[in-house]
Write a protein that binds this ligand. Structure first.
Ligand SMILES: [Zn+2]
Length: 106
């Protein structure tokens, strides 16, 4: 995570410790463009209730549109009750790592 943290510091300046944003990176299947997007673990997650008062899980769907081909990439992330990611699915692209995002295309 060292590189990732370094990038965040580089790009974000002074980031408040209460920031619940998590960055994800996708690559467009159509044109190969790499796009970064942010999920706020506090505000973006929609709770799922299974008859309980307490949410049993959370999910968020993001539509990511790049600059090159304008095809939307749909990313759905599921989280457990502790807001830890439990499942991810992507249509129109694939999730990549921060390192892949930062790397130049060969
Ligand atoms: Zn594209």
């Amino acid at each position: 995570m060292g590189l990732f943290d370094g990038l965040l510091r580089l790009l974000g300046g002074n980031r408040a410790p209460t920031d619940h944003g998590v960055y994800y990176y996708v690559r467009c299947t159509k044109c190969g463009e790499k796009i970064r997007f942010r999920v706020d673990l506090r505000w973006d997650l929609a709770p799922n209730y299974d008859g309980d008062d307490q949410a049993s899980s959370f999910s968020v769907t993001k539509h990511i549109v790049g600059q090159k081909c304008f095809r939307p990439i749909e990313v759905t992330l599921d989280f457990d009750r502790n807001r830890k990611e439990s499942r991810r699915s992507v249509t129109g692209g694939e999730l990549i790592t921060a390192e892949e995002y930062a790397a130049e295309e060969g």
